[in-house]
Design a protein around this ligand. Structure first.
Ligand code: SAM
Ligand code: SF4
Length: 353
């Protein structure tokens, strides 16, 4: 875990949300549902995961209210919709249209000050070919699509669904629709799909999309994660490098991926090294779960109940105060791989990856 210098607590007179380690919150991840049409083995069991009762899930009006407070009061300039699988929630373009119209205040300390937020979506891509047009028209800027294998049988094994072709069509549709950039997320697991690192990198080069390899994290609902199932960044990069020479790009800033460019000019590739090279020191993210719990880290063990305020008649000022308190208590970073690591009570699809 990276050690951060402790600075003074965030000053409530400043518009930005700054935590006690001096990190400014810029990015809000919103889970719109905990449900999913896939059952990726590294995320959820084939059967038995309890969905949230529908009444517990925030309405679109409630989500937009929290998002508006974050954008207008704190200068948050990027929102990513995730889940579960966000495209399984009905009328998603309605939410996208409302969020896409949010404008970062002109005085905010952001390159997007005075402009609309950057609105992105993480999806498994299975229905993207059907909905990409509506999402684009509603104002979505970018999409990340999950693809862990190019082998149909393995895809079936890994997701418990025979949908590889639909996902490939979804990727093509996202490109045709002009989403830019289109990124592919690939979780690498030892002995499962680590023999496809070069094939997936090749796919990215040939289809002009950035593949981002993700280290397997201890957030599977089954609790089956083991250190030796993780394929680390160094191994992923050297595997690609042996076939396609690479050069690392300068600092990633607050983004989770380290990035490399192919020396032959055919694009870039990234790795999200959550386990082997944690990037907590640069983290600018906070999260809102589908049931309205505010989290300051994917691995946080505490949640802050925004839904209770939303449904209890609270003012925007009261919601702002809760979010500031949560961020004021944000920890320096997670302890994956160390004795002190405590798994969060909820798993990836329940938090919103
Ligand atoms: N359903 C969408 C999808 O699959 O892209 C969005 C939600 S999913 C939880 C977000 C991302 O988390 C996906 O890229 C998925 O591969 C990744 N993910 C899920 N479980 C993971 C785990 N245990 N370790 C690392 N990444 C994981
Ligand atoms: Fe669903 Fe995404 Fe989890 Fe796969 S990773 S089961 S697609 S939420």
């Amino acid at each position: 875990m990276s050690q951060l210098p402790q600075t003074s607590r965030s000053d409530s007179t400043r518009p930005e949300l700054i935590d006690s380690f001096g990190r400014t919150v810029r990015d809000l991840r919103i889970s719109v549902t905990d449900r999913c049409n896939f059952r990726c083995t590294y995320c959820m069991p084939e059967e038995g995961l309890q969905w949230l009762p529908r009444a517990d899930v925030l309405t679109y009006e409630e989500i937009v209210r929290v998002a508006r407070i974050c954008v207008e009061r704190f200068g948050v300039d990027g929102i990513r919709l995730t889940g579960g699988e966000p495209t399984v929630r009905a009328h998603l373009p309605v939410l996208i249209e409302k969020l896409a119209s949010l404008v970062v205040p002109p005085g905010a300390d952001s390159p997007r000050a005075g402009a609309r937020i950057d609105l992105a979506l993480s999806t498994n891509g299975a229905t993207l070919a059907l909905v990409a047009h509506d999402l684009k028209r509603a104002g979505l800027s970018r999409v990340n699509i999950s693809l862990d294998t190019l082998n149909r049988e393995r895809f079936k094994h890994m997701t418990k669904r025979d949908e590889l072709n639909s996902v490939l069509e979804g990727i093509a549709a996202a490109r045709d629709m002009g989403f830019s950039p289109v990124k592919i997320n690939a979780v690498v697991q030892r002995g499962v799909n680590d023999d496809e690192i070069v094939a997936l990198a090749t796919f990215g080069r040939e289809h002009d999309v950035e593949v981002r390899f993700i280290e397997f994290m201890p957030l599977d609902a089954q609790g089956g994660w083991l250190t030796n199932a993780v394929v680390g960044q160094d191994e992923i990069v050297s595997t690609i490098q042996a076939v396609f020479p690479l050069e690392q790009l300068p600092s990633r800033g607050a983004a989770p991926a380290d990035r490399w460019r192919y020396l032959d000019g055919r694009g870039t590739v990234g790795v999200i090294p959550t386990v082997t090279k944690p990037f907590c020191g640069d983290c600018d993210r906070v999260r809102l779960t589908a049931d309205g719990q505010f989290r300051t880290c994917l691995f946080a063990t505490d949640e802050f109940d925004v839904r209770a305020l939303l449904r209890g008649g609270a003012t925007d000022d009261a919601i702002e105060a809760l979010l500031r308190r949560a961020v004021g208590e944000k920890w320096a970073g997670h302890n994956i791989g160390q004795i002190a690591f405590l798994r969060p009570r909820r798993s990836m699809s329940q938090i919103g990856g």
